[in-house]
Design a protein. Structure first.
Lengths: 412, 412
């Protein structure tokens, strides 16, 4: 039998009624002849509650205990989903991460899946089971302790299962009906995309569009897993939602596929750093050790042996970054005059594989922003995206202006 | 190092503050030089919430999925307790049932512990860990699926660990400060017992005193585990609470140790059953298969080949009992004219090992009830207890009158 993976996010299983609705969707696919692997998240709000308890108990928590606590939410949903399917006379059982087992690294709270042996579940399919309900977001370390994959990790679980079982498709059911050209809450003319290339989705995901976890898209791209994002709240046809696929499967597309943004960014500048070969490695090594996720990096031209180094990071990591720089300074690793933090910036990016063959996208972007009187603070580019850092108060305006200028409300 | 087992019930870990208070108690014992195994229940209310979800999802649920869902509550508490201890600089980690592993039978929702290998935890103690926090109430079946031990099963987990690790004592922290001569909510003169014999505790536990789970007491008696019941809400000395121990450790005691009661009983009578050898086995076999927990049994003398059979069971099992009898009748296993259910009865019992050597306890009990105008419907006795079934409305009156008559408010 062909295998289908269906993943239901937290809002899709937030109540027993919603679990029932999700189970009905699963039943439809079973009726079509699929053996289905269902990956479930915790009921909406549950993981936050657990994370809150852990944080309140122990601000600098032992990540192994964090994982043991926080993984409980998915276990509950998995059991309830299996029971709901059984009530509908669909043969089903639940699996916790360690039961499959989903083998991961020992990097607690951000573990990577290393292997998913398929024998157990395949054996049960052969005996007539139609649905394996698997708790998402979790696995087991070589030491036999429970691990989690980091927030949003259930998407990654779903794609990893799709890859391991050679699934025909991996359907990600969520609270939106697909991937949009940008967030409809910011730009009402945002349009749902029928298809989007892995590379584009990857940029959008990592740039702050919260539809899919970045790693799940990476994994899907590597293993060529057809990924579909669709709403669990609407009646679905086979054409519903957005298909994330190889670019060869997309016949025609706009030059720019979408506009992503990330509201809570900070721009930090280390002023007058004593420059020497390896100074960047020293600075960003110290930031990395301090748990700071640096995004954009700009270095001004060095003069008289000193330079300014600028980077962006999530605004809630500014304190950590300051701590890391003070520590590096105290231990003599780096030498600088001042560390400036601008905590009121946002990042806006345009993304599209069409940029590879079309020039002028960057120029157009800068012109549009300039026409709106928006000052650009930092620029970075990749083959298929251009990102700028701007004052946070202009973020919505920038998204709307760019959406208009690139005519994203129209199909190519 | 000597090992101590400390078990905290749901109300003792109901909030993060209470977990902190419990952890402080653990810290006190660690400071005394113990290696401590902490057994935790789910936070008060959590298990009921999970059970409610399962029941709502699937009234006739798959017990394997029930166990997978319902065991989550203890996992959460175990992780939070380990984190709390770590915050207090007490080296601790959590263990879920399958990680120890707590090996049980496959009887889901009412599994029995078969073996608790001690190597893992002992090895960690040898490396300097001071506290192993174990999720109570759960284990793993030979098939690798999660099992639970039935409600109140964390007491059994605690005693089983105390037995397996040769613990010096097993302290059960709960919301009452010990075992009383009867429920103080029914009889204000109820007195806390300093010591009680295993056999007495067993009768009290199985008769409805909710302090300890019956199986935990059985297990403690078999393995001679010293069991102490005490409050997690009071400052504790080494003499606090009630010690449940062998009767040889109790110097003197009242003839009657306590009075137990069970409010929600039903009395059922199968009228005019065709009598034949094996009829009792047929009736009670069918009831057992139907999931009815029969308690007292009375058979009237058979006349002309027919007899009346009376039994008691929890009032919420009356429907099941009726169903089982109808089924047995339809399939010709038994033949009767009528099944009468009296759903307004309660059971009251006096318990004491002193009864073995003192006569007249039963006579006194019946006289006291008669003086209060209370009609006795069914009587059963064992070596150390006498139970009667009476109208539910007289239950409190009966308990108070018996408590007075046997002078349980006074120390022997």
């Amino acid at each position: 039998m062909p295998v289908l993976v269906m993943k239901f996010g937290g809002t899709s299983v937030a109540t027993l009624d919603r679990i029932r609705r999700a189970a009905k969707r699963v039943g439809v696919e079973v009726a079509k002849g699929y053996d289905v692997i269902v990956i479930v998240s915790a009921m909406a709000g549950k993981t936050n509650e657990l994370v809150g308890w852990v944080g309140e108990t122990s601000p600098l928590y032992d990540a192994r205990e964090y994982d043991a606590v926080v993984s409980s939410g998915e276990n509950i949903t998995a059991g309830l989903m299996a029971l709901t399917l059984q009530e509908m006379d669909v043969p089903a059982r639940s699996w916790q991460g360690w039961q499959v087992p989903v083998k991961t690294t020992s990097a607690h709270s951000s573990a990577r899946i290393e292997e998913i042996p398929t024998e157990n579940i395949t054996g049960r399919f052969a005996q007539g089971m139609k649905v394996a309900v698997v708790a998402g977001f979790q696995g087991v370390s070589p030491e036999g302790r429970i691990t989690t994959l980091g927030r949003g990790g259930s998407d990654t679980t779903a794609v990893a299962f799709a890859a391991a079982f050679g699934a025909e498709r991996c359907d990600i059911y969520t609270d939106v009906d697909g991937v949009y050209t940008t967030d409809p809450r910011v730009e009402s003319k945002a349009r749902k995309l029928d298809r989007i290339a892995f590379e584009e989705m990857l940029e959008l995901a990592s740039l702050g569009a919260k539809v899919l976890q970045t790693r799940s898209v990476e994994l899907a791209m590597r293993y060529k897993v057809k990924l579909r994002v669709l709403s669990s709240f609407e009646e679905q046809s086979d054409e519903a939602g957005t298909l994330v696929c190889g670019e060869e499967e997309i016949m025609e597309s706009n030059v720019v596929a979408g506009i992503a943004f990330s509201r809570d960014e900070a721009k930090m500048t280390l002023v007058s750093v004593a420059d020497r070969p390896g100074i960047a490695a020293s600075i960003f090594g110290a930031l990395s050790d301090g748990g700071v996720n640096v995004d954009m990096i700009v270095q001004n031209i060095a003069e008289e042996g000193r330079t300014d180094m600028t980077w962006s990071c999530p605004v809630d990591q500014v304190k950590r970054a300051k701590l890391a720089m003070d520590k590096a300074s105290a231990s003599g690793v780096i030498n600088f005059s001042e560390l400036i933090a601008d905590e009121d910036v946002a990042k806006v990016s345009v993304v599209g594989i069409g940029m590879r063959s079309h020039t002028g996208v960057a120029a157009k972007m800068f012109k549009v922003l300039s026409a709106e009187g928006i000052n650009i603070k930092v620029i970075t580019t990749s083959e298929i995206k251009i990102s700028v850092l701007i004052d946070r108060k202009y973020m919505e305006l920038a998204v709307q202006a760019l959406h208009d200028a690139f005519e994203l409300d129209k199909v190519a």
